[in-house]
Write a protein that binds this ligand. Structure first.
Ligand SMILES: *[C@@H]1O[C@H](CO)[C@@H](O)[C@H](O)[C@H]1NC(C)=O
Length: 196
């Protein structure tokens, strides 16, 4: 009798424990999936909001062109040319004599163009404005944009963020006409990267 009882108790306990375990596991899984989902939704929402705030572009089309550059790819395998479609999709005319390039003086350059609308930096163009300060990546087999858990950018050159800025800077430089200005920081050593 007591043997049956204890067996019953222990079975119950075992059953109870595994249900709790399952629940914890499912909760953790749901939380993890929803956090992944929210994060990827957040960066998309942020980019679309910035795009719409900037002007009346076809922002959804721009997002699609942006995403196809890196989605489903390894973070170290996003070549600069992958952003060509995005560059072609975002048509923005840069007025002559207005461009301001900066190196190691980002905050000062932006404070300057904010006050004096006569100059514009890359981050004052739609492309730069949309993605300034953001990080993003994806991974093989994924259809999503992640902005969390992306590996450290410095580890490889062909990462989604660096490749974007290289491509966007090249486009900005190519669209420049007339007089261009450069703002450098003479205290920084060296004041600019000679390879860029
Ligand atoms: C210029 O560079 C120096 C040395 O790296 C730094 O302390 C200073 O904040 C920089 N100034 C600007 C405006 O970025």
């Amino acid at each position: 009798m007591s043997g049956e009882e204890s067996e019953c108790v222990s079975r119950k306990t075992r059953g109870g424990l595994s249900i709790v375990n399952y629940l914890v596991l499912i909760c953790a899984l749901v939380l993890w999936i929803s956090s992944q989902h929210t994060l990827s939704k957040d960066i998309k929402t942020e980019v679309l909001q910035r795009c719409e705030k900037y002007n009346e572009n076809d922002c959804q089309k721009i997002w699609t062109a942006f995403e196809q550059a890196y989605v489903g790819r390894d973070t170290c395998d996003v070549p600069v040319e992958n952003y060509d479609t995005l560059i072609d999709t975002v048509k923005q005319e840069i007025q002559c004599d207005k461009t301001l390039f900066w190196s190691k003086s980002k905050d000062l350059a932006h404070a300057f163009t904010k006050k004096r609308k006569c100059k514009m930096t890359l981050e004052d163009t739609l492309l730069g404005y949309m993605l300034d300060g953001l990080t993003w990546c994806s991974k093989p087999g994924s259809e999503e944009t992640l902005n969390c858990g992306c590996p450290e950018w410095t580890k490889c050159g062909n990462n989604p963020v660096s490749s974007f800025w290289k491509r966007a800077s090249a486009n900005f430089a190519a669209s420049t006409c007339g007089h261009a200005s450069v703002l450098l920081n003479a205290s920084a050593k060296p004041p600019y990267d000679p390879d860029r």
